[in-house]
Design a protein around this ligand. Sequence first.
Ligand code: RBF
Ligand code: MG
Length: 375
Amino acid sequence: MRIRFSPHHLAKPPLPPPPLLSLKRLARIVASAAPAWAARPAPRVIDVGSGTGALLPHLRAAGVADVLAVDVSAAMLEAGAGRGGAPSAAAAPVLGNTPAVRPWVGDIESVPAYQGPVDAVFFNSVFGNVHDQRGALDAAAGLARPGGRVVLSHPLGRAWHGRLRGADPVAVPHALPDAAALTALIAGLPLAVVGLVDEADWYAAVLEVPRGYALPAPLLLEGAVTAGFGRGSRQLGTPTANLPPADVVGAWGEAGPPLGVYFGWARLLDPPPGSAPADAAPHPAVLNVGRRPTFEGGQGGDLTVEVHVLHPYGSDFYGRRLRVAVGGFLRPERRFQGVAALVARIAADIGTAKAALAGPEHAGLRALVGESGEA
Ligand code: RBF
Ligand code: MG
């Protein structure tokens, strides 16, 4: 995906000046994502098409501490630097634990996973310029945490945007999506529409990444570990213990498990003789219940239940019994463009799982797998 600004656009006679940008509307655009960061101490967002930084003062006023200001135009970001936009590239921290506004030259698909997960991604006054809108939404959804929001907005609305597009359909290849177009655009992506205002002079589509959730009651899975594909450890760096689906999916009841990524505690009940004591202890775990659509030509394969235990076991333990107490659901399974994107996502899943397991909601979960040496 490239957001293209064609050079001839600049040579054309300019449109009449835009009506005074309503500052109130920019504040409303920011507010439409605010539920995503309510009660979070240091909200983090990505501002796509940040340009000279029109949205930044409103983000700051709403308490957003950390902004990645993304734009394909280094010149625009640089021009904004003196006017309260993102600081010039040389002055801004690129990474780090200190919340800041940082410029990023490129499109949303060029933003690496380590810049996330964020609470919200804004496409303000830019979505019509994005050539591959679905690719951009996919990238945005991947960078947002569960419950995070993606906001597509235009403070001057459909009528003004239509004039822009009429004046230069190369620079602005798409109309703002109406309800039907929006539904089509996000089909199959982990996004749901939570709000759409589509008036002649005001447009805001608010999308949400599915929230993780605690299961109504923990699920207990137990089975003898079978060999998987070896891909987990060799290619992905996340070795998985596969459990026979037939032995465990019954825990979800008749409808079966929603395919996706879960978290919980796991314990190997009968580690091989001579194992380190830690190999017999309970450890946090993430598990994927699904068909791995990233592989096998996008089709995925048979249903598998793969548990990645967050512990470096000393040896393989095929045939040994693994017990897992599943506390919650992190995200639906999905197809990634490649192994690198999947690996980055699993790293984010692990972070989310650790945070969830450390919270009070899952305090009793560990006890459900029992302690070392118990049956
Ligand atoms: N495979 C996918 O195709 N899509 C996924 O979303 C996905 N998520 C996973 C999350 C976790 C935490 C783990 C451990 C695995 C996931 N996998 C996913 C499965 C992965 O493709 C599989 O472990 C390897 O292919 C080895 O069989
Ligand atoms: Mg495996």
